[in-house]
Design a protein around this ligand. Sequence first.
Ligand SMILES: [Zn+2]
Ligand SMILES: [Zn+2]
Length: 402
Amino acid sequence: MRDRRKITVQGVVQGVGFRPFVYGLASRLGLDGSVRNGTTGVVIDVEGDPTCVENFLRALVAEAPPLARIERVSAEKQPLRHYTAFAIEPSEARDDMGVFVAPDVATCPECLSEFNGAHERRYRYPFLNCTNCGPRFTIVSGVPYDRERTTMAGFSMCIACQAEYVDPRDRRFHAQPTACPRCGPRLWVADSQGNEIPVDDSRTFIGVRLQEGKIVAVKGLGGYHLSCDALRNDVVRELRRRKQREAKPLAVMVQNLDMAQRLCAVSAVEAELITSARRPIVLLRKHPDCPIAGEVAPQNGYLGVMLPYTPLHHLLLQQAARPLVMTSGNMTEEPIAYQDDDAVRRLAGIADYSSNCDIWQPPEIHAMVLSKMELRELAAFHFRGYEVISQEGNTWVCGGEG
Ligand SMILES: [Zn+2]
Ligand SMILES: [Zn+2]
């Protein structure tokens, strides 16, 4: 006896590894059918032993990938089709925003160890990512979430990346922004006028400039940030002067939790928060001997601290080997700089160098759609500069910082 159901899953289910998860689950339970991203959620057509179909439905929610936020599941009984295999099908392509694309997710532990592994083909590659981590919202140009509707569309995968992408056992199975040094975006360095500087190794170059006390504009998720040595008062004072930001406290990025604990007191709750996938800036009480330059947060017992959330951040912190100030790439009161020309013009008087890549786009173009739960996190903790700009029912729309 067999049973067939058409299941629709709604919520934050695209860009979180949901289709590979469904594929794995169906294979485990010996079920046939298909899964695809639809314009209203993930659509699953599943057929097989009735008990297994029931178990499938239960596991779909209970074992969902950690980044998924399921808000609704509907299942309809259907006449049998006698499928003989389970497949991931192409998405329905329609340009409507009836679906949530996940926010960007901090580099996962597997990617980080690959990043640090000297024999890995993505060793120190600043744009590595996988199904469990990486950019989502900042590279999406439409829904459903597929590579062709991301800013990665212009980069064709090499043979090695393609092999991972089609392998259901690989953690990059259907990871849309997957990339490597051979086929993905590259990191390049520009001078203060936006002209590319030929350098042997852009990664080392930027680290050394930061050590020398230079101010570097870093193009990352959602636009440019300005970065400099957080231990030197003269450097931070110069950043303030150029940015015309007189006294407001600046946030600091440190390599890991251990470093945060050396600078500040970190409670268990704060530790959990600061290491969470959303990587919020957490306000921590400075230790009396905290070596961070007083200019970072003048007359303030607290320090806004965050951990790296992209491989590029990990790279900067490793290369610079010191805590770095991270602040939005704009003059106070101006919107965050994002387009290259615009950024060059506005950052010209502020940054000595900039590190660039060819993919990210600004959050202003595509508002971020968050679920209720994420909103609660957002409301409680300033979320990398995003702010709620409108609310409709259960949906909150957030834009970049002003
Ligand atoms: Zn990862
Ligand atoms: Zn590749």
